[in-house]
Design a binder for this molecule. Sequence first.
Ligand code: DO4
Ligand code: MG
Length: 283
Amino acid sequence: MSFRIFKTSTSIFLESSDAPGLFRHVDDGFSFDDLFTSAEPAAYIAKFYESAGKEVSFSPDTPLEAPIGDQEVWAAGVTYFRSRTARMEEAEVAGGDVFYDKVYEAPRPELFFKATAARTRGHLDHVGIRSDSTWDVPEPEFTLAINSGGKIFGHTIGNDMSSRSIEGENPLYLPQAKNYTGACALGPCLVVGDAPAPETTIAISISRGGSEVFSGETSLSQIKRSFEELAGYLFSSNHFKKGAYLMTGTGIVPDSSFTLQVDDVVSITIEGIGTLQNTVEKV
Ligand code: DO4
Ligand code: MG
């Protein structure tokens, strides 16, 4: 059994995989920090679901907050062959391409800090493109929820918004390409439960003025590393008192001719989680 947790500006709603489409409202006491510090997050959430009582009316297709308390959001990079190849192309002129090839093959993965909770956007909020960037993409990423003990207990969808012009100019500019206002979105909900099957699809659609201008699809099976390996490196010599989210890297990068524009609508869908949709703004 798994649970989906939705966070609005005022409330928490729970849905069980045993009763899809039916939602219960949590009156009191739930916190994401308690969930992420619980040794048994599944038992913690099951208790709230049982005590929440009867069903209420709730539509998940509504503006939502990111399903987060005080967790940091981190990200893994170059975990899919497509990301390695696209980044080698964008960094070739600057001579940075070799590092992407090396990190794809190396035992130690690339991990980087992505966002604080306060900087993380939810479903139907905006995501940002930098005003000093000329080449921008969303990165649709399966995202792990990890408790303070380092145990993976759930997952959500992440959008690792990225400036390709800044990262491509010099790999040392990575924090500026990756960390800025509106660079991170999570949602629509947090699933507490086992990871989906490897054949699970990650799909992205970008529309402009009502017409689709890009779509892409990959599956979890295309990732080079295991989720446990990524979480293990993240928690190695690094203590997360409130647990953490870890985006696991993108397997979809549009061709070099594509860049996001203001008002583009980015929809990322992963079976079993839902759709995270955000509109692009300039920051
Ligand atoms: O190497 C830079 C970032 C890679 C990344 O974000 C990804 O592969 O998803
Ligand atoms: Mg990424």
